[in-house]
Design a protein around this ligand. Structure first.
Ligand code: HEM
Length: 336
């Protein structure tokens, strides 16, 4: 397995590597899993997400990110939603999540409504996966069918939340490895990481090293980019600790619209996060660079791949939870 991973990563740097196609596999998830037990589940979630995104379009970004942080840790099993208790160390305080990941209350709100319609039927993991799809559509992104039937975990992993989720300063090779480990190809990776960052905000502490580092180099000292950089530096002072929590959009052109403009941002060398810009400028990014250019040119190809890759990410399952998992009544706590 380890050898295969290494071969794949080396391969991915130089030539297109295969992707893991889960569509033909015998997954336990189906589109009509709730057909008889909770036939309104998709409508209820959609209606609620409409209100939530109307209240604040950023909520769409918040939910999509929450789904990603769930799936990369033990699979999509709602583990990220568990609160810390005496007997359970949750994921919420792990470094990629603490003071950053949001949306727990949004999920509580939807879960309460679902529980009143169909008590004890719909898992928190499914609810989050469906909400992420609806969030995408509501800010202009593509539609895809969501296979359902996930179970909620009875455990969480602080350790895996710390190691499996890449940081914004992580190198491209390491990010590729983390996606391969989850069964996601380089094509999936470029569609998901950069694509999702077409909406939402980042805090100064996550892009400081970038704007006081190689931003000038990647933008080739272009005067228009220099004006943008000055604005970013106003939002985010150089000294650590100052303005750490100040936020700005990752897509400064259409921050609330799900479109392909962030790929153009990378072509200009203006990516806000180092990890995003690396997809276009890293010396190991021959394949990723080609994919970034393709999605900049072809928004339809981007939408198609994003949909496929979101299904694939949503299909990262926790095999243990499928056997001994549950449908939590409250997404924050294991059932007693
Ligand atoms: C290399 C992989 C990734 C890294 C390093 C990364 C890093 C980050 C960082 C640092 C932020 C800003 C958080 C903050 O400042 O509080 C962020 C926001 C966000 N990320 Fe990622 N991310 C990655 C992949 C993904 C993926 C795969 C998705 C979804 C498919 C995603 C969706 C989002 C969204 C929607 C936001 C905006 C959230 C908001 O507005 O609150 N990210 N990401």
């Amino acid at each position: 397995m380890k050898l295969l991973l290494v071969i794949c990563i080396v391969h991915a740097i130089f030539i297109p590597c295969f992707s893991f196609d889960v569509s033909g596999m015998d997954l336990p998830l189906t589109l009509d899993y709730y057909k008889s037990t909770c036939p309104t589940v998709f409508d209820v979630i959609r209606k609620e997400m409409e209100c939530i995104v109307k209240e604040d379009p950023r909520n769409a970004a918040i939910i999509i990110r929450l789904h990603f942080h769930d799936c990369f840790v033990q699979g999509c099993d709602g583990s990220v939603l568990l609160d810390e208790t005496e007997s359970l160390k949750g994921e919420k305080k792990a470094s990629p999540n603490i003071n950053s990941l949001k949306g727990y209350k949004i999920i509580d709100r939807i879960k309460n409504i679902i529980e009143s319609e169909c008590p004890g039927v719909v898992s928190c993991a499914d609810l989050l996966t469906i909400s992420a799809r609806d969030a995408t559509i509501l800010v202009g992104g593509p539609y895809w069918d969501v296979p359902v039937g996930r179970k909620d975990s009875k455990t969480a992993s602080y350790a895996l939340a710390t190691t499996n989720l890449p940081t914004p300063d992580e190198g491209l090779i390491s990010i590729i490895a983390k996606f391969y480990y989850q069964g996601l190809s380089v094509e999936d990776m470029v569609a998901l990481i950069v694509g999702a960052h077409t909406i939402g905000m980042a805090q100064c502490r996550n892009f400081r090293s970038r704007i006081y580092g190689d931003f000038r180099v990647t933008t080739a000292l272009n005067p228009v980019s220099a004006t943008y950089l000055a604005r970013l530096q106003e939002i985010c002072p150089e000294s650590s600790g100052e303005g750490d929590r100040n936020v700005t959009a990752m897509d400064n052109v259409t921050p609330n619209l799900f479109d392909n403009s962030i790929y153009h941002t990378l072509l200009r060398g203006e990516g806000l996060l180092s990890s995003d810009q690396a997809m276009y400028t890293s010396m190991f990014g021959i394949q990723t660079r080609r994919i970034v250019s393709k999605y900049a040119e072809n928004p339809v190809a981007f939408f198609e791949q994003f949909s496929k890759s979101m299904v694939k990410m949503g299909n990262i399952l926790n095999s243990k939870s499928l056997v001994d998992g549950e449908v939590r009544r409250n997404c924050r706590f294991v059932n007693t």
